[in-house]
Design a protein around this ligand. Structure first.
Ligand SMILES: [Zn+2]
Length: 97
């Protein structure tokens, strides 16, 4: 956390983002959700979360698991594989270890 960057050390994170203008656009859209954890992640990837509910295994990571509804959606062209990859990446980052 950089607290002493700029003059406005007491301004909120949100205000800093607005003052920086383009920064909000430069930052990968999922960055803030990596901070807030998997809950926010599931909100952003609501479609994947919904498919996840149909996966056979609760700990499914949508790679080689049998009965994976998420992979099935990718295979059927319902879900963009890039989106799934992005999701998996964010999920891994937000889980820490
Ligand atoms: Zn799955």
């Amino acid at each position: 956390m950089i607290l002493h960057k700029g003059k406005h050390t007491t301004t909120s994170y949100q205000v800093n983002l607005l003052q920086d203008g383009g920064k909000l656009i430069d930052v990968p859209e999922m960055r803030e959700f990596a901070i807030s954890g998997t809950e926010g992640l599931d909100e952003v990837f609501e479609d994947i979360a919904e498919l996840f509910a149909k996966c056979r295994f609760r700990d499914c990571i949508h790679t080689v698991e049998p009965g994976c509804a998420v992979r099935e959606a990718v295979t059927n062209g319902i879900l963009d594989e890039k989106r799934l990859r992005n999701y998996s990446k964010m999920k891994k980052e937000s889980c820490g270890s």
